[in-house]
Design a protein around this ligand. Structure first.
Ligand SMILES: C[S@@+](CC[C@H](N)C(=O)[O-])C[C@H]1O[C@@H](n2cnc3c(N)ncnc32)[C@H](O)[C@@H]1O
Length: 272
C-alpha cells in the first residue's frame, strides 16, 4: 500500500463511513464507542491485539517520561497502547495511506498530542539526532532490503529496551559457533543451528517486500552484534532486548561501512 492520495475521511460523516474511506486496514483498532477497523482480520483473531497481549506484561505499566519510537507504525495500534501508558511516541512509516489512518485514529482516541506520526524511512533516522527509551521494531526487519543497516541504527538509538519481531525460518536450535572457522572446513556453517538468514528472491505470502527470513540463532546473533542482549521472548518471533555494552565489540568492525552509507556514525552525533 503506498497511496499518497489516501482518501480523506469526512470528519463529519458517520464513523463507519470514515473507517471505510480510510481502508484498507491492516490494524484492527478498537475505537471509542466499540467500532473496529478490521474485525475479521485475514491473520485470524483480533490482530494485533492478540500479539500485544503477549508483549504487554513485559512493558512497564507506567511509561511516563519515556520517549518511544514505533518503526513501521502502520495505523498506530502499538503507538496508542504505549501512549496510554504515558509515553510520548513517535511513529514512523513509509506509507502515507497508513499514516492517514494513524493520524485519524489518534484524534478519535484523543492521543494526538502524545503521539506524532512522521512519514519516514527507517534509514532517515540516521539524519535525526534522537534516542528513544523504547524502540518498537515489529514486523519491519524482513521487509527491509538492508536490514542490518536499520538494526545497527536502531540499536544505537535504544536507551532502555527494543521490542523486536521478524518473520523467521522454522526451528529454534542454536549451534555454539566457534570463535573462528577454518577457510578449508566450512562444514560447521551447515549445522542446523548456525545463524543464518534465508533470502527470498521472489515472494513470501504473495509479498515481494518479504526479503529475508532469519532462523532463531540468526536473530540472536544479529541482535548481539548490533549491541543488544535478548532479555526475554514474549512470544513466537518476538524478542525483548536491552543495550549491552559488552556486545558492542562488533560495532568497531562495521562502523566504517555504516559511516560510508550515511555519512555519520550509528549513534547520535551529539551524544543525546
Ligand atoms: C507488516 S507491517 C507491520 C506493522 C506494525 N509494526 C505491526 O507490527 O503490526 C509493516 C509496516 O512497516 C512499514 N514499512 C515498510 N518498510 C518500511 C521502511 N523502510 N521504513 C519505515 N516503515 C516501513 C509498512 O508501510 C508497514 O506499515
Amino acid at each position: 500500500m503506498n497511496d499518497a492520495n489516501a482518501v480523506n475521511a469526512d470528519p463529519e460523516g458517520p464513523l463507519q463511513q470514515q473507517i471505510d474511506a480510510l481502508g484498507p486496514w491492516f490494524h484492527n483498532l478498537h475505537l471509542p464507542g466499540g467500532a473496529q477497523t478490521l474485525p475479521r482480520h485475514f491473520l485470524g483473531g483480533d490482530f494485533p491485539n492478540f500479539k500485544w497481549q503477549e508483549m504487554s506484561p513485559f512493558v512497564p505499566e507506567d511509561l511516563s517520561g519515556w520517549r518511544v519510537l514505533d518503526v513501521g507504525c502502520n495505523a498506530g495500534f502499538y503507538s496508542f497502547e504505549l501512549a496510554r501508558r504515558g509515553a510520548r511516541v513517535v511513529g514512523i512509516d513509509v506509507d502515507e495511506h497508513y499514516l492517514a489512518q494513524a493520524r485519524w485514529a489518534a484524534r478519535q482516541f484523543g492521543l494526538h498530542e502524545q503521539v506524532e506520526f512522521r512519514h519516514m524511512q527507517v534509514y532517515d533516522l540516521a539524519r535525526c539526532d534522537e534516542c528513544f527509551d523504547l524502540v518498537w521494531f515489529m514486523g519491519v526487519f524482513y521487509h527491509l532490503r538492508y536490514p542490518l543497516l536499520a538494526l545497527d541504527l536502531l540499536s544505537a538509538r535504544t536507551r532502555r529496551f527494543m521490542m523486536f519481531q521478524t518473520l523467521t525460518m522454522p526451528g529454534d536450535s542454536v549451534y555454539a559457533t566457534p570463535p573462528d572457522c577454518s577457510i578449508d572446513d566450512r562444514t560447521p556453517l551447515l549445522e542446523s543451528g548456525w545463524p543464518r538468514m534465508a533470502f527470498i528472491e521472489h515472494r513470501l505470502a504473495g509479498d515481494p517486500t518479504n526479503w529475508w527470513a532469519p532462523n532463531h540463532a540468526g536473530v540472536e546473533a544479529m541482535l548481539r552484534t548490533s549491541g543488544l542482549r535478548v532479555e526475554a521472548r514474549p512470544g513466537h518471533e518476538i524478542y525483548l532486548c536491552v543495550p549491552d555494552a559488552k556486545a558492542h565489540g562488533a560495532r568497531d568492525v562495521y562502523e566504517p561501512q555504516f559511516k560510508s552509507v550515511f555519512g555519520v556514525r550509528a549513534g547520535p552525533q551529539s551524544g543525546g
